[in-house]
Design a protein around this ligand. Structure first.
Ligand code: EPS
Length: 396
């Protein structure tokens, strides 16, 4: 069973990811892990923090001579900003006069609910952990899951399909999405340059008006076989597991599988993906792990909570960031006087970065299910089991 957890706060010394359950012998390319961390830092509309940080994975355990050894993997990512915060947020009692209180909660943020829950006098400690900075550790963990999936020929990518009012008006191919992920410069991670330019204007509009803007990213899993997840038990359905993993990301307020949203307003004959069967030759040439084919993929590769061999498509809907340069009305924690919400340095748009974080969550979920289905303590054993299953599907 693959498990992972994270620790760390936005302005603490470091973020930590702990991943266990990966088989031994998975080749680990640290450059790839760091490249994933770099991708999460990109995107038009990021704030000043990203100029301070250069996120790098420092692997403390579980990897030797470039391969996993089956023991838990601990990864540390240092916060370079810590040097500016160590007096304000010391582990020791420190000097109370240096405490940097967040005096009035931001609507939409965890500030108020968190302060009430944990009985804090202000929202400082709340935002330190609720911050999307935490997604850095998820991306480090997710990179390891991706390297395991790569070993099985399964890839995960993402792209941005909406920023504010601007939407990509066509379906992107897997090749386009994969190429978007490799682009040296990630502006808004949209596969269409004309749409991307209009998305950029949307961010500029938000920036000019002291506002923030949300959007939609799409994560695609390419090459996953039919048979991951099951309808047998409610908590083992693939769509449910993916929904939770993506919804758990900061600022995600809705998750869609395939065309789930438009399906609700359409007729069945227009929604469901007709089934065909490819000849041996065409089936082989397609490189897909099943010869049952579909011309469309409205189901997003999942039927009955089980992957069906098509690309798995998960969309995340991101609310606009809640820290506004022109803050909304709020109330002071100490005096209860009406005021405006506190302002902390923040981002204007984070849709591409959220897409990268969601790739990690999806990769961890798919890797976990693959590990459950194919098992194996070593990468060799897991691959042998995987190949055997693919052969079973091909000759079904
Ligand atoms: C960050 C995400 C955002 C940034 C944060 C770094 O987190 P939040 O959800 O709290 O808005 O604002 O940077 C800062 C807190 C800062 O000091 O600027 C990230 O993705 O790394």
């Amino acid at each position: 069973m693959i498990r992972f957890s994270t620790a760390g706060e936005s302005h603490g010394e470091a973020l930590i990811a702990l991943v266990s359950g990966l088989p031994a012998g998975v080749p680990i390319d640290i450059e790839f892990v760091n490249r994933e961390l770099w991708r999460r830092q990109q995107g038009y509309g990021r704030g000043g923090r990203m100029k301070i940080e250069t996120d790098k994975a420092h692997v403390l355990s579980g990897v030797r001579h470039g391969k996993t050894i089956g023991s838990p993997i601990a990864i540390e990512i240092v916060n370079r900003d810590w040097k500016n915060w160590q007096d304000k947020l010391p582990v020791e009692a420190g000097d109370a006069a240096k405490h940097q209180a967040v005096a009035s909660p931001r609507p939409g943020h965890a500030d108020l609910a968190g302060a009430l829950k944990y009985n804090f006098p202000d929202a400082r400690y709340v935002l330190e952990r609720a911050s999307a900075r935490e997604s850095t550790a998820r991306v480090a963990a997710g990179a390891f899951a991706k390297l395991l999936l790569r070993h099985l020929g399964i890839e995960v990518g993402s792209h941005v399909i909406r920023v504010g009012r601007v939407e990509l008006d066509r379906t992107a191919t897997w090749d386009e999405i994969a190429a978007a992920g490799l682009r040296g410069e990630i502006v808004l991670s949209c596969v269409d340059s004309e749409t991307e330019a209009r998305m950029k204007e949307e961010v500029e509009h938000a920036s000019r008006t002291g506002d923030t803007v949300g959007g939609v990213f799409e994560v695609v899993v390419h090459g996953a076989p039919a048979g991951l997840g099951t309808y047998a038990n409610w908590d083992e359905r693939l769509d449910g597991l993916l929904a939770q993993s993506v919804m758990s990301l900061q600022a995600v307020k809705a998750v869609e599988i395939g065309r789930g949203v438009t399906a609700a307003e359409s007729f069945g004959s227009k929604v469901h993906d007709a089934i065909h069967y490819a000849s041996e030759e065409t089936g082989k040439a397609s490189g897909k792990p099943t010869r049952f084919t579909r011309e469309q993929n409205n189901a997003g590769g999942i039927e009955g909570g089980v992957s069906n061999g098509e690309d798995i498509v998960v969309r995340g809907y991101l609310k606009p960031i809640s820290t506004l340069r022109r803050p909304l009305e709020s109330v002071r924690f100490d005096t209860r006087e009406a005021t405006t919400a506190s302002y902390e340095r923040s981002d204007i748009c984070v849709v591409p970065a959220a897409g990268v974080a969601a790739e990690s969550m999806v990769a961890l979920t798919i890797a976990g299910l693959a590990q459950q289905k194919f098992g194996g303590d070593s990468a060799v054993e897991m691959k042998r089991n995987f190949d055997g299953y693919i052969e079973q599907i091909r000759s079904y």
